[in-house]
Design a protein around this ligand. Structure first.
Ligand code: HEC
Length: 180
């Protein structure tokens, strides 16, 4: 019986530990003024059955871009932003395209941010760690989107697929932009 209680207590402690490690640690701050200070390197129209279609604009700070220009790995201090915009849609998560075949942007939805910080990866179990990257979701106002915090775990899981590209999906576009 005692063994069972101990087992349950350990299991609860483990869940609690993982829970805290996977939540938004708030290490990543909203990159104020990124529109002027960062470099816009990519943009796409993206359908999503789950969240609805969005137009996505990609930005990186100078620290990150300069490293790519020099052919070096992205250093700590690199910040990459995916700015999401709502687009005209039919109310059933299908975009209504303009005459040019592109989505019609309406209002800013928010920003997904990934930032690399010294030692940040240590908070995560090796199975889910994305190097020293951490993730955060902000509302269009720049406020932290706390309601979306449970989705942070998913950021690590999906970006893990791009481990070979330092967990960055748009590495190809980033490299192309660095050549300009
Ligand atoms: C299901 C997979 C998936 C999940 C979950 C996911 N992403 Fe991504 N992310 C992508 C893909 C694919 C791209 C490339 C562009 C695109 O298709 O939007 C991307 C691009 C990005 C970028 C631009 C840099 C890059 O990797 O190209 C940032 C920043 C980003 N995501 C942050 C986040 C954050 C923060 C979360 C968690 C809230 C998150 N992502 C969750 C798949 C995912």
């Amino acid at each position: 019986m005692q063994g069972l209680i101990k087992f349950i207590a350990t299991a609860i402690a483990a869940i609690f530990l993982i829970g805290t490690a996977l939540a938004d640690t708030e290490n990543v701050k909203f990159p104020k003024g990124y529109g002027e200070k960062f470099v816009r390197y990519h943009a796409i129209d993206k359908p999503s059955k789950r969240f609805g279609p969005t137009h996505r604009i990609f930005f990186i700070n100078k620290i990150g871009l300069n490293a790519v220009k020099a052919g070096k790995p992205l250093p700590n201090g690199t910040v990459i932003i995916r700015e999401d915009w709502h687009v005209k849609n039919d109310g059933k998560k299908n975009a209504i395209k303009g005459a040019n075949g592109k989505y019609i942007v309406t209002e800013k939805k928010g920003a997904l941010v990934m930032e690399k910080g010294e030692g940040w990866g240590a908070a995560y179990p090796a199975s889910m760690r994305n190097g020293n990257w951490e993730y955060a979701i902000f509302k269009a106002s720049g406020e932290r989107n706390l309601k979306a915090a449970p989705r942070i775990k998913g950021c690590f899981g999906c970006h893990m697929r791009k481990k070979a590209d330092d967990f960055v999906f748009s590495m190809k576009e980033l490299k192309a932009a660095a050549k300009k």
